[in-house]
Design a protein around this ligand. Structure first.
Ligand code: SF4
Ligand code: SF4
Length: 102
């Protein structure tokens, strides 16, 4: 009846904190990258800036409440990761979070 199912990602953020190599640019062109706040882009312009393994655009506490501060402009790899897929399961495992059904 039109209710919105909350995304499990809003209480996770594990894939955004898994590896500094993960939120890299792939299909993005210069215009896409220019739409991101420059403070969130790595010095090499190859992906998102990270603090350790965690993407700097991630807000909140992993496994509790998280959100992406550049959601509308997030890289393609971030759009490709789906709750319950292999990468999701691996990232959640790192943080002691149970796997999700695909
Ligand atoms: S690890 Fe899975 S559930 Fe967690 S934020 Fe990423 S896609 Fe969403
Ligand atoms: S850009 Fe957003 S979705 Fe992608 S890794 Fe960073 S916080 Fe996560």
């Amino acid at each position: 009846m039109g209710s919105v199912v909350p995304s499990p990602c809003n209480a996770c953020g594990a894939c955004c904190s898994y590896s500094a190599d993960w939120p890299r640019f792939t299909l993005e062109d210069d215009a896409d990258i220019a739409r991101l706040p420059p403070e969130f882009v790595s010095d090499t312009m190859s992906g998102m800036r990270c603090d350790g393994e965690r993407c700097c655009a991630l807000l909140g506490k992993v496994g509790v409440a998280t959100s992406c501060s550049v959601y509308a402009q997030r890289p393609d790899v971030c759009r490709a990761c789906q709750p319950g897929d292999e990468a999701c399961t691996m990232a959640r495992h790192r943080f002691g979070l149970t796997p999700l059904a695909p």
